[in-house]
Design a protein around this ligand. Sequence first.
Ligand code: PEP
Length: 258
Amino acid sequence: MAGVNFPFVIGNWKMNLTPYESETVAKKIVAGLPPEGLPIEIGICPSYPAMERVQRVIAKTSITLGSQNMFWKEDGSYTGEVSVRMLKDMGCHYVIIGHSERRIHLRETDYEVNKKIRLALQYGLVPILCVGEKFEERQDGKRDVVIMEEVANALKGVDKFSQLIIAYEPVWVIGRGEAIEPNEACSAIGLIRYTLKDIYPQKTIDDKIKLLYGGSIDDKNITDFVDNEEINGVLVGGSSLKPEVYIGMINNLAKHVS
Ligand code: PEP
């Protein structure tokens, strides 16, 4: 894995590729990366059934495995769920928690998000907490209150961690094909930092928390976002499924930061 201060690019493949297709895409991404190390931290979150195959492909590279979700109990009779111990065993390093698609389609609540974050940290996984407002909330002038509440609720009782990642993802921009203006992302991320100041000392925020933007990022706009000091990286959906675009994003960012 790359250094903690390197910009972070993590792809969320959602429910899109079969294990075979995932392996093929992972191989193309690995083949497209330069052999020398990059000043970037890179991750991929495949579906559960594809994890093992993807992990085998990326094992000797600088790409790290993440999960799109986990359950909030350690073990037990929870049919269809996947536990944190299973993810650790698969070689996962990150876990996305509270993605808006889960909040919307699976009615995931802040309470569950908080339990998942606490359990992930207990087992040494790095949570990637997703927060962001829906279009109607934005129209009603509630962007700031939604972001602040989602952050504060998710982090209740979360006090010990070596790394935590928070992604600001305006829900209405996900999959839209057009990102928001970078300065708008900076203002939302600034608000997250402000909220965090009520919870953690400044040093913890500076040294241990990464703040990402997510929503219609591609190889053309990535540097406009990561260029800003406020933004430590990006969470990528659709563009991470296209190997040439994902590689393009990483290479453009590498040129930019080195
Ligand atoms: C996402 O779903 O987290 C996301 C950022 O998707 P996209 O890049 O496709 O907007």
